[in-house]
Design a protein. Structure first.
Lengths: 290, 234, 635
């Protein structure tokens, strides 16, 4: 029972990281940009949530009304800059590394390096949990899983079922020809980067909901989120979500068998093995689709 | 309908086309023939806006297309069947066709276009849910032509539609090109298979080393020993 | 990567590090300067070692923290837990870094699917694994950290900070000596070639796997040693403090800032970053990382080659400006302290360096017509007689190559004898380039045999095939873009069939440039020459490997008629020098002009072969080119 609880709780927690990975995976898979600045946007999302929830009567969930548009625009703007300078996949890694350093430091300068946490009066979610028989799950991780599931289904449906999604996939497979059939690459890039920015806002809000936030968290996410992107398959929406659940569940189970310190050992060994043996990800896309 | 004057196209600093001028009239099939490396694909890609022209002009139905971005050219009523098909391999046949009709005007006529494409290539309706990358070469060529027709073009650019296909399939493809033309679509047909191309065209241009070296009615050129010489290098 | 007189500054640096502590006693400058300088030296070692792998060879690594970290922990465990001496700890630190590097290299560089991003991500994951291992293993760390007492060291070294300064200096000098030594020998040049185009490097005889292993080994060894020294200095070791993103972040910023293609680039970057951080420490901490981040972004976008690339264009102006600013501030003496003067001098040097340069190095000199003339004139060359046909050199038997379900080649047999020039022709997609790729080892046949002078080459790596005497050119020229035209040829000589050292290769290069008529363009970068010249460079480079067989893959594609005639003259000259040639070409008039024999492929099969005149009359060939009439239909 202990292991089951640990695995399920871990999987739910992993869905938050899957949400973080979603935006990164989308822009990497379809726009060929490895955008480390995404972590900066998530961090900014967390702190904006903290600030707005603390200083206005909005409440933590409603801060999304502000943070989604802000990060959407910021994400799109950063992408336009990448387009303007025609950065390659590898140099996008360097440029966005620079942007990440700047964003983290800006957050640091505004809110200081201290741990911040929303007061229990504004954030009633942090301490609550929901019990299911012997199992008990903290509300923030349930919310993360809920948001993750909704977003993955939503984004997945858009990509797989809609005209725009088809255009996006076509664009990811052959840019020139997609363009020759009327698909505007600039529009697609801006929209997708905007969507990635919006997912950053949601992930940031959920992270703030969970408890304490610090500027250095952005750097701590990098490893785990990349692990999920790679395990899930770059640009594979559903795969990213499964990988998040898997990484979370494995971490939880490993932690309950040994110690939490053992989890990165197992998770990152999985990443190395995945890179060596299955660089296309653990979850192959379905072949036939209607 | 389409008028190209003094077109120069470069790849980096390598010049691929010199002073190419040609025109296409409404409802005709015009062939562009030449050995490989002569610049045929470069030419159609320049018309489509995939390659940029450094000099010269491309005018289609009175609209200046020179260096218009690819996604704009398509809205003017031109579609391409690219060399090597270049389908979206991880999309289904149906999705490939749907994307052909991406621009707003074409999307409005989606149903009629699809019916027409399915009538031309009945096999595509059987294969609609199969991934395009898993089709045979001939079927892929049909999807590529179908995709272009979904855009409801008035001018169709076809780049080497017979390449790598078995002779029987080539027959089928060429027969479809004639049917497409019969519907009033003008066609620029780029082909290595000179005899076949001249067979269904009204007029033709011969490209060699990036320049037009011969032009005239298809029948004339088919009989000309110079054309054979230009193509065989003898 | 320009070297030559690098030993002078290296010796000067080593000497200054040696005598600085005594100088300090004489002039009485504060010990804090020693701390600052130790930091510069530490980062010099780290960044330089990173740059040997990631800058020289282009395999971008986020794993610097792993090499650094195992060095730190090797010393910490040995000295802190087991009470061993500091020098044993240093030794183990270096060895640990080296072993880790070899393990990572053996796995990563053997991967078929390895691309730059995969390598970067692989190296990103390693520090997390090591950190977790340290945390959960009680005999290493166990989560409570390791406290290191100040070690016992000989009195000769003076105060502890001075001891650390010397150790850091020794490791930094070692790093610079290795980085510079590589630039001056084949080891570095192999990496530059890999950086620009790994497949081409392999195809010119560079054993790429071996050289990548050497690079990652150097990276691991130095980073481990330097990590061990820093462990001594820090005194308290924890997994969080060791395996974080600080080290990988800083080495990348420093190397990009200084210039990744220069041996001294990372050191210059380290000097700038450490000085900047030191100056911003007084109240501006919040800005230092923002400035560093912005510098990284702006440099990658606008000056991706780094400060050193600008320095070498006008070194004396820049040194003069820096020295002038330093002297002026020192004489005035009313403002700031010496470190501030120095920082300002560095800043002004950077500003001068980054100003748009008046002349860009490596532009073309001679006019196009004169260059073409030189190749065409060909004085005193015998007009007649190709070399006679000799024994069989290459024999391909029933070679088949499939890509998935597609047969690119189906059972093609052909042979090439000494002195022949075989024209390989056929329509698009007939398998010509596939055949070239099989002969050069870029691809392996699905079935069939290929021998060169009786030696089976099917299982050989491309660089081994070069040593059997086969060289090739690429249809779209693939020069090493960061090397000059001459140095492109130099690489081929250094790793070809009769390898030579750098100096000898540099002397020999002129001969090959003259062979193709590029003598005037030796100092130009490939970006500054036109397509025709790049194709000639392809030929010069292939010839520099001293092949017996040259494979020319559409060496005339995209040329104008004058250039084609010139290229034909060059091919003819190469043929007369006794090299057998396989010429893949679309322009049949050229093939007819040059070839002693023609082989026609169609749809992966051998369609015809024989002398040019006969083959081009063959009805099957005519219809392959023009399309058959048999299927023509009329409605």
């Amino acid at each position: 029972m202990n292991v089951l609880q640990a695995g399920l709780a871990g999987a739910l927690g992993g869905s938050l990281f899957a949400l973080m990975a979603l935006g990164l995976s989308l822009t990497w898979g379809f726009l060929k940009v490895i955008n480390l600045a995404h972590f900066g946007l998530i961090l900014l999302g967390s702190y904006l949530t903290f600030e707005l929830a603390t200083s206005t009567p909005l409440g933590p969930l409603n801060t999304l009304l502000v943070t989604i548009p802000v990060l959407c625009v910021l994400g799109a703007a950063i992408h336009l800059a990448y387009e303007r300078f025609e950065v390659s996949e590898l140099s996008s890694l360097l440029v966005s590394y620079g942007l990440l350093i700047i964003l983290v430091q800006v957050v640091h300068n505004i809110w200081s390096a201290d741990f911040r946490r929303m007061d229990a009066s504004v954030n009633p979610y942090a301490t609550r949990s929901i019990s299911l028989g012997d199992l008990s799950f903290p509300l923030p991780t349930l919310l993360a899983a809920g948001f993750g599931l909704v977003l993955v289904v939503l984004v997945g449906t858009i990509i797989n079922r809609t005209y725009a999604g088809r255009a996006l996939r076509a664009f990811g497979q052959d840019r020139e020809i997609a363009s020759a059939f009327g698909i505007d690459h600039r529009l697609i890039g801006v929209v997708l980067a905007g969507v990635a920015g919006a997912t950053a806002a949601i992930a940031g809000m959920l992270f703030a909901l969970r408890g304490t936030i610090t500027p250095d968290a952005a750097f701590e996410w990098v490893g785990l989120v990349f692990a999920i992107v790679i395990l899930g398959g770059i640009g594979n929406v559903a795969g990213t979500f499964y990988a998040g659940l898997l990484v979370g569940a494995v971490s939880g189970v490993v932690a309950s068998f040994w110690t939490p310190s053992h989890s990165p050992l197992v998770v990152f060994s999985m990443v190395v093995l995945a890179l060596v043996f299955r660089p296309e990800g653990l979850f192959p896309r379905r072949a036939g689709r209607h | 309908m389409l008028g190209v004057t003094d077109l120069d196209v470069f790849y980096g600093d390598a010049q691929a086309l010199w002073d190419v001028s040609m025109n296409v009239d409404e409802g005709e099939v015009v062939a562009i023939v030449g050995s490989n490396g002569a610049g045929k694909s470069t030419f159609v890609n320049a018309v489509m806006g995939i390659n940029r022209a450094r000099r010269g002009s491309i005018i289609f139905e009175g609209v200046e297309l020179t260096n218009l971005a690819g996604h704009r050219t398509c809205r003017q009523g031109i579609a391409i069947v690219p060399e090597g098909r270049r389908l979206f391999p991880f999309l289904s046949v149906q999705e490939n066709l749907d994307l052909g009709a991406f621009n707003r005007e074409a999307r409005r006529h989606h149903h009629e276009s699809l019916a027409w494409v399915h009538e031309l290539f009945p096999r595509l309706s059987e294969r609609r849910d199969q991934l395009a990358g898993t089709l045979s070469g001939g079927e892929q060529q049909m999807v590529a032509i179908g995709r272009a027709l979904m855009a409801r073009p008035r001018l169709l650019l076809m780049d080497e539609p017979s390449l790598g296909l078995a002779p029987v399939i080539v027959d089928e493809v060429f027969e479809r090109i004639e049917r497409v033309r019969a519907e009033g679509v003008s066609v620029v047909l780029v082909e290595q298979n000179v005899k076949r191309a001249l067979d269904i065209s009204a007029r033709a241009y011969v490209l060699a080393e990036g320049r037009i070296v011969q032009q005239g009615s298809a029948a004339e050129l088919a009989a000309s020993p110079e054309v054979v010489a230009a193509l065989l290098g003898v | 990567m320009k070297g030559g007189k690098g030993w002078i500054p290296l010796a000067a640096i080593a000497l200054s590090i040696g005598i600085l502590p005594w100088l300090r006693e004489l002039t009485g400058f504060p010990a804090s300067y020693l701390v600052l300088l130790s930091a510069v030296l530490f980062w010099t070692a780290q960044a330089t070692s990173w740059n040997i792998l990631s800058g020289y060879s282009g395999y971008f690594s986020f794993g610097q923290g792993a090499f650094y970290g195992v060095g730190v922990y090797a010393l910490a465990v040995l000295v802190g837990r087991h009470g061993q001496s500091w020098w044993l700890g240093l030794l183990l630190g270096g060895v640990a870094g080296l072993v880790l590097a070899l393990v990572i290299g053996t796995i990563a560089f053997r991967l078929r699917s390895l691309r730059g991003e995969i390598f970067a991500l692989l190296t990103l994951a390693i520090p997390f694994i090591l950190s977790a291992i340290a945390r959960v293993t009680d005999s290493i760390d166990g989560g409570q950290g390791i406290i290191l007492p100040v070690p016992e060291y000989p009195d000769f070294f003076g105060p502890f900070q001075q001891f650390i300064f010397w150790l850091s200096g020794a490791v930094a000098v070692l790093a610079l000596v290795i980085a510079y030594g590589m630039v001056e020998t084949r080891y570095g040049w192999a990496l530059f070639a890999i950086h620009d185009d790994e497949a081409v490097a392999e195809g010119l005889g560079v054993p790429t796997f071996r050289h990548k292993m050497i690079a990652i080994a150097a990276n691991g060894l130095i980073a481990g040693l330097s990590g061990a020294v820093s462990a001594l200095q820090v005194g308290f070791i924890s997994p969080e403090g060791t395996f974080n993103l600080r080290v990988p972040l800083f080495v990348i910023v420093m190397s990009v800032l200084g210039g990744r293609l220069f041996w001294a680039g990372p050191a210059v970057g380290a000097l700038y970053v450490v000085t900047l951080q030191n100056r911003l420490a007084g109240g501006f901490e919040g800005w230092s990382l923002i400035i560093l981040g912005a510098v990284l972004v702006l440099l990658v976008l606008f000056a991706p080659e780094g400060i050193m690339a600008r320095f070498v264009r006008r070194p004396w102006t820049i040194v003069a400006v820096a020295a002038g600013v330093l002297a002026a501030l020192a004489l005035y003496g009313e403002w700031g302290d010496p470190v501030s003067w120095f920082a300002l001098a560095l800043g002004s040097a950077a500003v001068v360096a980054l100003l748009p340069a008046g002349t860009i190095a490596g532009r073309r000199t001679a006019s196009p017509s004169s260059r073409l003339g030189s190749a065409l004139a060909d004085p005193g060359e015998p007009e007649t007689s190709s070399p006679g046909i000799g024994k069989t050199l290459v024999e391909a038997g029933e070679v088949t190559r499939r890509f998935g379900g597609i047969h690119a080649l189906r059972g093609v047999s052909m042979r090439l004898s000494e002195g022949e020039l075989v024209g390989l022709v056929g329509p698009n997609g007939s398998g010509k380039t596939t055949l070239v790729n099989l002969l050069s080892g870029a691809l392996r046949p699905t079935s069939g045999s290929i021998t060169v002078d009786g030696v089976d080459i099917v299982d050989m790596a491309p660089h081994q095939i070069v040593h059997q005497g086969i060289a090739r050119t690429y249809q779209i020229p693939r020069p090493f873009n960061s090397l000059t035209v001459k140095d492109n040829v130099v690489v081929a000589i250094m790793f070809g069939r009769e390898p030579r050292g750098l100096a000898a290769s540099r002397q020999a290069a002129a001969e090959y440039l003259a062979l193709v008529g590029l003598s005037d363009l030796g100092d130009v970068r490939p970006g500054g020459i036109n397509l025709h010249e790049r194709q000639l460079l392809e030929m010069a480079r292939a010839m520099a490997t001293r092949p017996r067989i040259l494979l020319l893959d559409e060496a005339l594609a995209g040329l104008n008629p004058v250039e084609i005639d010139n290229a034909v003259a060059v091919v003819r000259r190469i043929h007369r020098s006794g090299v057998s040639i396989v010429l893949v070409e679309h322009l049949l008039r050229v093939v007819n002009q040059l070839a002693t024999r023609i082989v026609v492929l169609d749809q992966g099969r051998l369609l015809a072969e024989g002398d040019p005149a006969t083959v081009m009359q063959n009805p099957a060939v005519v219809s392959a080119y023009l399309g058959s009439e048999a299927h023509a239909r009329r409605d």
